[in-house]
Design a protein around this ligand. Sequence first.
Ligand code: SF4
Length: 183
Amino acid sequence: MNKWDDWHWQLANRITTLEQLEQYIELTDDEREGIQDASRHFAWAITPYYASLMHRTDRRCPIRMQVVPIGDELLDKSGLADPLQEEKNSPVDLVIHVYPDRVAFCVGNRCATYCRHCLRKATMMGKPDCDFSEANISEGIEYIREHDEIRDVLLTGGDPLLMSDGQLEELLVQIRAIPLLRR
Ligand code: SF4
């Protein structure tokens, strides 16, 4: 397979520095400074494929605006770090339980490319201190098992598909063993 078409290669070669980014787009001094400032607070990484879709010079290119950090991310004085109050509605790590019959199960905090608009970028995305353990996953499954009102489990994060096939299969087997639909 051509390396470019291999998602493992895309992940391993993500753009995480100004020098790499400037192979794809032109940056002004202001933009360089903004990227450095924003990236001290929020994760950023862009796959080469995604970067290849960006307009080289147009700062308003929507694809570029979705993934290239800007200094203004730090100037949002009216926004909330956790706009959906997910931390308050998290009875155990990884599980967000807002609606009675469904939960969001955040089984990873990493994505191949980090969106600048991500609602979880200030609370968990790409943060090393939010890396999850197998114990966290087990605790989440136990919570779901113990709450009969839950009928839907949304796997999210981050991107659950960044788990290995084996990890994902093990997780699905455990969730499917919970008789959610027969409750
Ligand atoms: S969780 Fe969704 S919105 Fe957030 S960075 Fe990943 S893909 Fe983007």
